[in-house]
Design a protein around this ligand. Structure first.
Ligand code: G6P
Length: 482
């Protein structure tokens, strides 16, 4: 059976918090478990993180943990009767002074005072991910007076966006700061920052993480129109992050669904070009919340993201709150494997005609060139401290498995996100005789290679040195290896 290269991020929620379901999710192919800090409390996330790590260790799988900060999603407050029904043409008002719990058919409070200064007459506001649309007709000191363009139900705490983006809430809230401390406590491997506008928001998140002692890799969620407005904005945001997420929910609301697919492809390509990992998210298997089988359109969506060479595809409500969490992961795994059979998955133009910037990058890319062109090679061994060397390797299209030989727990988990990269716990200092020989023996022991196969191995002159990779070896299994 061939190894799946495209990784799966599954959100853990009420439908997937029991030990039985977590075990089945891991066995079905969950590589990264997402803890969504927009829902649930700290104790729930704590319990889930511990359980996932315990079960993964028992099953001998390496599952990364990703915390997802809530961010400054602008939301309406509450209605006296929880929910109203709006009709096309109705007048409706968002007020910053109306009592928080007492929304009604005409008005609801909004927690975000700058909304009235950010918006002008003619703006379109989208509620509940665009299900309800309104246009601003009049702006006063404490309220936006709107007309309903597309009616529908509206209930407590629904989110609000402006078409075209540009609402200026800062990216990190007080709750996010608390959750960063929780991420530090739980030693999370990745932390996703919601609604960053630009690189400065990511720098701020990084500083807060450092202060809290959190060394998770930071994922920028690309979900504001400003972030994709031009190439400089997007590239700046990517370069300030360790990975990115195409967060299609809010992004589609702001830029419109018609442009979304093109932008998704652009974000994936831009991230890979900068040697960053990329996750494609939102509604990938949405119908599986209530159905054991995906629609053809969903199959096509997942397969296309895999063909675009995303590192990972993500499940949200499908696994957090759906009726078929395990089937959703299994379906995704099957579809990714199918897409990966396409021959375009092995042809790479990555960085052709470009200069390399670092020596370790040069070795990593030379290894991939060799892997794709020298017959007989069955595997790549990348000795790695932080995961960087296999990350760079996996930016190249290839069908060659990349084994990250990593000593630390965190790196062993982290590389689970990278496309085509698989963890092997390995500490070079424990093998003073011949590290290369021991590493190859480990792959033989696992049945991955056998006598006569070729293996590529990369490492540095001294062990445990981030950025130190300067050597590539071609090793013939069964022959003398020193
Ligand atoms: C391991 C090897 C070193 C190498 C390093 C690269 O520690 O023993 O020789 O320099 O990995 O780590 P990196 O984090 O840059 O992939």
């Amino acid at each position: 059976m061939s190894l799946r290269r495209t990784k799966i991020v599954a959100t853990i929620g009420p439908a997937s918090s029991s030990p039985e379901v977590i075990e089945q999710l891991i066995l079905a192919g969950m590589d990264v478990a997402r803890l969504n800090f927009s829902h649930g409390n700290a104790d729930e996330h704590r319990a889930r993180a511990l359980l996932i790590r315990d079960i993964a260790t028992r099953l001998n799988h390496h599952v990364a943990l990703l915390g997802d900060l809530q961010g400054p999603k602008i939301r309406i407050a509450r209605f006296t009767d929880k929910k109203i029904e709006l009709k096309n043409g109705d007048p409706f008002c968002f007020s910053i002074t109306h009592p928080r719990e007492a929304g009604n058919q005409e008005v609801v409070c909004i927690d975000y005072p700058d909304l009235v200064t950010d918006c002008k007459v003619g703006d379109e506001l989208l509620l509940d991910d665009g299900r309800v649309v309104m246009q601003v007709e009049r702006v006063t000191a404490d309220a936006l007076h709107c007309r309903v363009l597309i009616g529908g139900p509206l209930s407590d705490h629904k989110g609000i966006n402006r078409r075209g983006g540009g609402l200026t809430a800062p990216a990190l809230t007080e709750k996010d700061k608390q959750d960063i401390r929780l991420a530090a406590e739980l030693d999370l491997d990745y932390l996703a920052v919601s609604f960053p506008r630009d690189a400065a928001d990511m720098h701020l998140a990084r500083r807060l993480c450092q202060e809290a002692g959190c060394d998770a890799w930071l994922v920028a969620k690309i979900e504001r129109a400003e972030a994709v407005m031009n190439d400089d904005a997007l590239d700046g945001l990517i370069s300030a992050s360790d990975a990115v997420m195409v967060a299609r929910g809010d992004l589609a609301v702001e830029i419109g669904d018609a442009e979304l697919v093109g932008i998704q492809k652009k974000i994936i390509a831009a991230a890979r070009k900068q040697n960053k990992a990329v996750i494609t998210a939102t509604q990938m298997m949405e119908s599986m919340i209530h159905s054991p089988m995906p629609t053809r359109a969903e199959v096509s969506d997942v397969a296309n993201a895999a063909l675009d060479y995303t590192d990972a595809v993500m499940l949200s409500a499908e696994t957090a709150a759906g009726e078929y969490p395990v089937q959703a992961v299994a379906a995704m795994a099957r579809v990714c494997l199918g897409a990966e059979k396409n021959p375009i998955m092995r042809r790479s133009n990555h960085r052709i005609g470009q200069q390399f910037e670092r020596w370790d990058e040069s070795i990593a890319l030379a290894a991939m060139y060799t892997a794709n062109h020298f017959p007989g090679i069955k595997a790549i061994i990348a000795l790695t401290e932080s995961g960087y060397t296999p990350l760079v390797m996996s930016r190249i299209r290839s069908s060659m498995p990349i084994y990250a030989f990593a000593p630390s727990r965190q790196t062993q988990a982290r590389v689970a996100l990278f496309r085509g990269v698989y963890t092997v716990p390995f500490d070079p200092s424990q093998h003073p005789g011949s590290v290369s020989k021991s590493a190859v023996e480990e792959l033989v022991k696992r049945g991955i290679v056998e006598e006569g196969d070729w293996v590529i191995l990369t490492k540095g002159d001294s062990y445990h040195m981030i950025g130190g990779t300067n050597t590539m070896k071609l090793l013939h299994v069964g022959h003398i290896i020193s």
